[in-house]
Design a binder for this molecule. Structure first.
Ligand code: ADP
Ligand code: MG
Length: 258
């Protein structure tokens, strides 16, 4: 436990934390719902990549996770699939809306506050768009709404998308804070929080925004599932992990720098 070793496919791995479930050799064995498995098959993914083999069962068990794996190793699906599957499993409770929206007295303007249940944070517009595309692809059979929000572009169209509700919100930190401060998004219902390229988000100086965002989730950190993904594991990421994760499992899969 905690030591670097080669797994049965000769991949260098390190797994630490209490009670980590074993890796899954197939998507079917990873406990994903049928609707997600269909999308995975349609995407042409035949078997999970190494980081997916380890991350999918851990995420599927509802555990907090700090995962390090190099660029191009398939981290996007490693968090998208279990988040989508988890939302489908939880579907019975609540929709994508806060209490039916509120109506401004004296105007016909109706402002709805989106209450996503999953939030995926990413450092750049390009990455947010990529994750949005992936999340849409893997949720196309589920009826879940995936919305993206990033800066450097007028906020109006993104606000209009949000008006139709959001189950999964993919966002860059700055634009998200802006929307929350405009009361167009509430973070109170977040059950899944993912930070992708956490190392890059820190390099880009997003730590204050990230802390602001997590503070607004209100509830204690063990009332949601939080997963950090990173290509490297510098000391600042370890600090973020110990602040935001609870009873988490740490994995490093493949060769990773620090
Ligand atoms: P990372 O985030 O680790 O840099 P990505 O999630 O962007 O990696 O994935 C890299 C590429 O691998 C993408 O084109 C993705 O569609 C593809 N990919 C991911 N998982 C699989 C899989 N299990 N089988 C085949 N291709 C995959
Ligand atoms: Mg990635």
């Amino acid at each position: 436990d905690g030591a670097r070793r080669l797994d049965k496919y000769e991949i260098p791995v390190e797994v630490s934390g209490d009670g980590a479930p074993p890796p899954a050799d197939t998507f079917e064995a990873a406990g994903l719902v049928e609707a997600v498995l269909r999308c995975v098959a349609r995407a042409g993914y035949e078997s999970p990549t190494p980081v997916q083999r380890y991350a999918l069962p851990i995420a599927g068990a509802g555990r907090d996770l700090m995962a390090c794996a190099q660029t191009g190793s398939g981290k996007t699906a490693a968090f998208c699939l279990p988040v989508i599957s988890g939302l489908v499993n939880a579907e019975a409770g609540g929709g994508a809306w806060s209490g039916g929206g509120r109506r401004d007295r004296g105007s016909f303007d109706r402002v709805r506050v989106a209450k996503p249940r999953a939030l995926i944070l990413a450092p750049t517009r390009e990455l947010a768009q990529q994750i949005h595309d992936e999340a849409k692809k893997f949720s196309s059979d589920t009826g879940l709404k995936v919305v993206v929000a990033y800066g450097g572009t007028p906020i109006r169209d993104q606000l209009r998308d949000l008006e139709r509700g959001a189950d999964i919100l993919v966002a860059t930190p700055g634009r998200l804070v802006d929307m929350v401060e405009r009361s167009r998004i509430s973070l109170e219902a977040i059950k899944f929080l993912v930070m992708d390229e956490a190392d890059r988000m820190l390099d880009m100086g997003f730590e204050p925004q990230i802390r602001n965002i997590v503070d607004r989730m209100g509830m204690p950190k063990n009332s949601r599932q939080t997963m950090l993904f990173s290509a490297t594991f510098p000391p600042e990421i370890q600090r973020l992990a110990s602040d935001f994760l609870s009873n988490y499992i740490f994995i490093t899969v493949g060769r990773v720098g620090s």
